[in-house]
Design a protein around this ligand. Sequence first.
Ligand SMILES: Nc1nc2c(ncn2[C@@H]2O[C@H](COP(=O)(O)OP(=O)(O)O)[C@@H](O)[C@H]2O)c(=O)[nH]1
Ligand SMILES: [Mg+2]
Ligand SMILES: [Zn+2]
Length: 291
Amino acid sequence: MREGRIIKGIGGFYYVISNDEIIECRARGLFREQNLKPLVGDRVKIRMDSDSGTGYVEEILERKSELLRPPVANVDQAIIVLSTRDPEPNLWLVDKMVIMAEEQDLSIVFCINKSDVDFERACDLKAMYEDAGFVSILTSTKSGDGVDLLKEHLKGHTSVFAGASGSGKSSLLNAIDPSLKLQTSQISRKTARGRHTTRHVELLSLGNDSYVLDTPGFSSLSLDFVEKPEDLRDYYREFGKFAADCRFLSCLHDSEPGCGVKEAVSKRLIGEDRYKNYLAILDELRKRRKY
Ligand SMILES: Nc1nc2c(ncn2[C@@H]2O[C@H](COP(=O)(O)OP(=O)(O)O)[C@@H](O)[C@H]2O)c(=O)[nH]1
Ligand SMILES: [Mg+2]
Ligand SMILES: [Zn+2]
């Protein structure tokens, strides 16, 4: 049997890439009985039907992870793309993406795109996420800056590109591999909403066992998986060492006295934007609990 990876599923067919060849496959009936459904991203074993050149998915190899929306298996990295302008980065949404990615145990790389538009702002954003403990790179698809570095980070990974519409996800992927020819959109009020250039879930192969997912990333940014407001602080990796100085172990770094995190914010050791977003999301989680 051959091994391969499902890159796309349409109407009961699975498209499996195996040795640079894409093979149309059906799933074995047994999966249904076992209540298993092959997912895009699954590594699989396939049996070829020599007559038709099509195949059967016989076995699904162990899934290392599973994103729910979009439904993709074995994603191990999130590239969080934000632009310096057009659109203005929404740092509150960015934090939510970070929380989703942390929840899935993904490696996180920040990609501050459109650095040609506002270089100073790009540097500020880069520093902010670096200070918080993330890998952060500056890119521009206009000048080509940072594209090779981004490509380095994709090697050997299956990466989901997350970020606001218009931040440049598809353009970045085209810059990395022009043969992808992904559709990119001009930003205008008319197209800002309701236009999705990528509808179905598809893994794009960059070769060398590197795959990317060009979707809006986490299409649902619901934080339902954060069970209690008290759990939120654990998703802010830069709080950790300062929280050791909080007077109360239960400190939520909000209005408690003797809070090490707040003190770190006042000393600019923790980014103010990150902290503000934390409070806003905390508030949201607290309100949710009342229903
Ligand atoms: N100035 C500038 N414009 C960019 C850059 N990257 C993308 N764009 C433009 O931003 C718009 C949206 O890009 P697109 O790749 O479709 O964004 P997506 O919605 O995140 O996939 C397009 O008009 C691109 O030409 C960049 O680095 N600099
Ligand atoms: Mg796009
Ligand atoms: Zn505290």
